[in-house]
Design a protein around this ligand. Structure first.
Ligand SMILES: Cc1cc2nc3c(=O)[nH]c(=O)nc-3n(C[C@H](O)[C@H](O)[C@H](O)COP(=O)(O)O)c2cc1C
Length: 361
């Protein structure tokens, strides 16, 4: 019975939350999680973590379902997400300085397609506040309910809107310096559609320069902190096969440890005619699933076996999680699915992947 509690409670909470503007609902939820994490009230959303360990990029993932970046941009609720049973949680995107993001409204629901459009624009409290929150989190001490190894923490970094794109490297390096000692892995986010020109960092020369600088800094940080934290690069779904192949080769050349595919899409074909469909920003949820799976399959073909791929985009069920693995991903992340399905999706997806592995063994 306790296992049914999170889903049934979310069934009650969802109509209430969907009565608010999406960003307001988001704030109410995060405030609630921040207040209740590490208290007895956390039982409202807690579930035992599915034990499905996997070794990837030199890390031990306790299971294959993670929280995608952007839901907890300021790293306020890490322990709450740990209690939901995620194998890994990625917080951020953080930028060196605090910034307000784009004018509101900037987040829209498209419930007919289980989708969201957002153009938040990396609204966040900046690196110092982010690191203070990360250091307050207790999940490493508690080990997590039912876990044999602790949940992993990914820290996702970006650039400030005011930093010219030619100086983007400075922002990534400043963030990398700050997050490195606290991260199980670091994600270089170059794929948000809501920061002008950010996605241009995915193209040949810019990517080469950025990853060259980041790789060099990682060597210095690894020596200073006596630990080598894996670096993942997060890419967009709006890339053709040739662009994916160039990115794959560049990731390998610079010794990156993994790729996260994908971020939100600029495409609108799947939502044409629906309310809010023409809002500017990135589309997430069910409509990005196919493009995300295509990019994952192209990455796997270009990278070969053994190079870690974290699959994200449109997971709303256990079957969707399995399809990501079938496309070539090693582990998966969810964001929009959590809004539509609630915390029960974490366990559903993790169990589906565990069963899938059992069937293949
Ligand atoms: C409101 C919102 C904000 C997001 N912010 C970020 C972000 O700050 N950094 C990032 O790397 N991805 C961000 N994302 C992208 C998600 O991490 C994910 O890659 C994308 O939404 C596809 O997965 P989904 O269909 O499960 O949501 C955001 C997504 C949404 C919906």
């Amino acid at each position: 019975m306790p296992l049914l509690m999170p889903s049934s409670l979310y069934g009650l909470a969802r109509p209430f939350l969907f009565g608010f503007d999406p960003e307001h609902a988001h704030e109410i939820t995060l405030d609630g999680l921040a207040r209740t994490q590490n208290t007895p009230l956390a039982c409202a959303y807690s579930a035992p973590r599915v034990d499905d360990p996997v070794q990837l990029a030199g890390l031990s993932f306790p299971n294959r379902v993670g929280l995608a970046a952007g839901l907890d941009k300021n790293a306020r609720c890490i322990d709450a997400f740990a209690a939901m049973g995620f194998g890994f949680v990625e917080v951020g995107t953080v930028t060196p300085k605090a910034q307000p993001g784009n004018p509101k409204p900037r987040m829209f629901r498209l419930p007919q397609r289980e989708a969201l459009i957002n153009r938040l624009g990396f609204n966040n409290e900046g690196l110092d506040a982010f690191l203070a929150n990360v250091q307050k989190a207790r999940f490493r001490k508690s080990g997590g309910r039912g876990a044999k190894s602790p949940m992993l923490l990914g820290l996702n970094i970006g650039k400030n809107a005011a930093t010219p794109i030619e100086r983007a490297v400075d922002d990534y390096l400043a963030c990398l310096d700050g997050v490195y000692p606290h991260a199980d892995y670091v994600t270089i986010n170059i794929s948000s559609p809501n920061t002008a020109n950010l996605r241009s960092l995915q193209s040949d020369e810019a990517l080469d320069a950025l990853l060259g600088a980041v790789a060099e800094r990682r060597e210095a940080l690894a020596a200073r902190h006596e630990k080598r934290s894996p670096l993942f690069v997060k890419i967009a779904p709006d890339l053709d096969e040739a662009q994916v192949a160039v990115i794959a080769a560049t990731l390998k050349r610079h010794g990156m440890d993994g790729v996260i595919a994908t971020n939100t899409t600029l495409a609108r074909d799947a939502v044409k005619g629906l309310p809010h469909a023409e809002e500017a920003g990135g589309l997430s949820g069910a409509p990005v699933r196919e493009a995300s799976n295509r990019v994952i399959a192209q990455l796997r073909a270009a990278l070969g076996t053994g190079f870690p791929i974290i699959g994200v985009g449109g997971i709303l069920s256990g079957a969707d999680a399995k399809a990501k693995i079938a496309a070539g991903a090693d582990v998966v992340q969810i964001y929009t699915g959590l809004i539509y399905r609630g915390p029960a999706l974490v366990r559903e997806a993790a169990q589906a992947l565990l069963r899938d592995r059992g069937n293949k063994a």
